[in-house]
Design a protein. Structure first.
Length: 279
């Protein structure tokens, strides 16, 4: 296993690969959240170009103004009086349409750190900050001790299934969130169900990894409304940032809760689920 503190270098051709799949995902985002497809295409292109770039920033954010947002996105800002609001674009590695194994990682929400927002000089009026789940698009963030846990799954799985083409897709259950101090807004959960259902229909995951209690609790509401998961295996794990006591509660045999131990545990869980899937 590669040292988790070494920033994962992502092949530019792997990042959000597959023009047809990307078009379909952008169509979904455009339908529910945005007014302009071109702006989304530009952000994905910029992320791809900068995927391995060095930077002094902690995380790269893309501000999207009100003129690009639809009613729902603006409503989140106005209803919650958010100083800053966040949205994570779903991202994936390898073209899912040509992958032999497909893993979907579903996290909780695009919660924003107010200090980081200010460091990025984000505007404060009618703006959504665009990032990705776990900051996957940003090299500096991929070396983060806990976030790197999720990023390295792709390389770990490629090594385990070296004769298979692996696709991994990262998304959030809650599509909008303000800063740390704000409560989670569940008023648009029905919309998020529709979006996640579209993502699942397009990606067709073999395994879904639900990371964090909020994602797992929301899934209990969402799952009955999604019809395409009967052949999918599910794994519930703590969020990478969860305290050691939470990890040990789910995995009592974990004597150490280091990032490497967590990483091995997730890898074993996924491998076991894929083996059961073949039976």
């Amino acid at each position: 296993m590669v040292d988790i503190m070494t920033p994962l270098i992502i092949n530019e051709n792997d990042f959000c690969a597959g023009d047809d799949f990307k078009k379909r995902i952008i169509d979904v985002l455009y339908k529910y959240f945005f007014k302009q497809k071109a702006g989304l295409e530009t952000i994905y292109d910029e992320m791809k170009k900068e995927i391995n770039a060095d930077s002094n920033l902690k995380i790269k954010l893309y501000p999207v103004g009100g003129e690009s947002l639809n009613k729902l996105a603006l409503q989140h800002i106005q209803t919650n009086n958010s100083i800053y609001a966040g949205h994570d674009l779903p991202v994936w590695l390898n073209d899912p349409q040509s992958s032999d194994i497909r893993i979907m990682v579903i996290s909780q929400d695009p919660r924003r750190n107010e200090k980081e927002m200010k460091e990025n000089n984000m505007p404060t009026s009618n703006v959504i900050s665009i990032s990705t789940p776990f900051g996957l698009h940003f090299k500096n963030w991929r070396s983060h001790k806990s976030k790197g846990l999720v990023h390295y799954l792709f390389d770990d799985m490629k090594n385990m299934f070296c004769n298979k083409k692996l696709g991994i897709y990262y998304t959030d259950i809650y599509k909008f969130r303000g800063v740390d101090s704000e409560d989670l807004d569940t008023s648009n959960l029905n919309v998020y169900i529709n979006v996640l259902s579209c993502e699942i229909q397009l990606f067709k995951p073999d395994v879904i990894l639900l990371m964090g209690k909020e994602a797992q609790d929301a899934w209990k509401t969402i799952n009955p409304a999604i019809n395409d998961t009967s052949k999918t295996k599910f794994i519930e794990t703590p969020h990478p940032n969860a305290r050691s006591i939470i990890w040990r509660k789910i995995y009592p045999d974990m004597q150490s809760c280091s990032s490497e131990k967590k990483r091995r545990m997730l890898l074993n869980e996924i491998n076991g689920s894929l083996r059961r899937l073949k039976k």
